[in-house]
Design a protein around this ligand. Structure first.
Ligand SMILES: [Zn+2]
Length: 349
């Protein structure tokens, strides 16, 4: 394989030719492809990571463009799922690597399959429940992963090597309850911040892909891009001191999550997501035909990846988006019951 296009990275002596060859054979999973995920996927694709698996449940909207660097107005107009838009746009950047976009919600039933065979997983999720689930799946299978978070002007980053460095549950016993942590929707976010954190995560992931685990930062890094303050929390003893249920006792409570909710209010977005208990395969064209014939429905659009339409309900109407696996996002309400009603009415439960 020609390494010519990666010449500047090969010249960087900490990677070199041997490191680049390992990068070209590596598999990385970008879990969640919003602000952090687009930044890290962009860096990993350009760096030549051989196999990129990009997982995301959402679709591109105009308000994403302020910070989600892989998307453009064209992707919005096409109503593309983020995983598909990312796959397409990354292919135009590097056609020499394999890129797979997967449109799905990461849940206890599919988490292990999604990270299977990966050399590293990069966290691009926007909530702690999914991060704890990823932590369980990665620790169980000994896969390094790079935690990242960004809200307001503050970003956090930490690399986890299972069995060697503290895992997420060594630091936090459990996920904070819903509504207790600020989100990008409630607190806003400085557009340049996820670029910094996502690229920082990508650099850590590249060290792992290049076989340079010795070079990872075993610290919790925090940056405030507004004040310019950077802090490092030394975690050297955190694993020894913690009676961690995950990496010490190997109780994978989030992965076993029988209690996993099938309906999630998407915090601050006035939307509810519905996950069918079992995987389904919907014929969206057929469903579109049915929906068009329903009274009160307008603006039905359908493509291979999703079906979208407006329906009466909520305070001022609902916008329903249905994916081929039966999952739906219902905007215009934060009430689970409203969303379930609309789902049952138009999709069928
Ligand atoms: Zn742990």
């Amino acid at each position: 394989m020609s390494l010519e296009r990666y010449n500047r990275q090969v010249l960087f002596s900490a990677i070199g030719e041997a490191g680049q060859q390992r990068i070209c054979r590596a598999t990385a999973v970008v879990a969640g492809c919003g602000a952090l995920g687009t930044a890290s996927a962009n860096a990993l694709a350009r760096a030549g990571v051989g196999h990129l698996r990009i997982v995301d449940r959402d679709f591109v909207e105009e308000s994403n463009l302020q910070r989600q660097v892989l998307f453009d107005e064209h992707d919005c107009r096409e109503n593309l799922p983020k995983a598909i838009a990312a796959e397409r746009n990354l292919r135009a950047i590097n056609s020499a690597i394999a890129i797979t976009g997967i449109v799905t919600d990461i849940n206890p039933a599919n988490a292990e399959e999604l990270v299977k065979g990966a050399d590293v997983v990069v966290d691009g999720t926007d909530n702690f429940e999914t991060r704890f689930l990823l932590n369980d799946a990665c620790v169980k299978h000994g896969i390094p992963w790079v935690y990242g978070g960004a809200v307001g002007s503050t970003g956090l980053m930490m690399t986890i090597i299972p069995g060697q460095t503290p895992c997420l549950r060594c630091l936090f016993e459990t996920a904070p309850p819903p509504g207790m942590t600020p989100t990008c929707e409630t607190a806003g976010i400085l557009g340049a911040l996820p670029g910094v954190v996502g690229n920082w995560q990508a650099a850590e992931a590249l060290k792992i892909c290049a076989g340079r685990r010795d070079a990872i930062s075993a610290k919790l890094l925090s940056v405030d891009l507004w004040s310019g303050e950077v802090q490092q929390l030394n975690l050297a003893r955190a694993r020894e001191n913690a009676a961690c249920p995950c990496c010490k006792r190997r109780n994978f409570e989030f992965l076993e999550g029988q209690s996993a909710s099938t309906t999630t209010a998407l915090c601050g977005r006035n939307a509810v997501q519905i996950n069918p208990r079992t995987g389904a395969t919907l014929d969206l064209q057929q469903l579109a035909g049915r929906v068009r014939a329903t009274a009160g429905i307008s603006g039905v659009t359908v493509n291979r990846f999703l079906l979208k339409f407006s329906a009466p309900g909520g305070d001022s109407g609902l916008e329903v988006t249905v994916f081929p696996d039966g999952r739906a996002i219902i905007k215009g309400t934060s009430k689970v019951a409203d969303a379930r009603t609309a789902y049952a009415k138009y999709v069928g439960a």
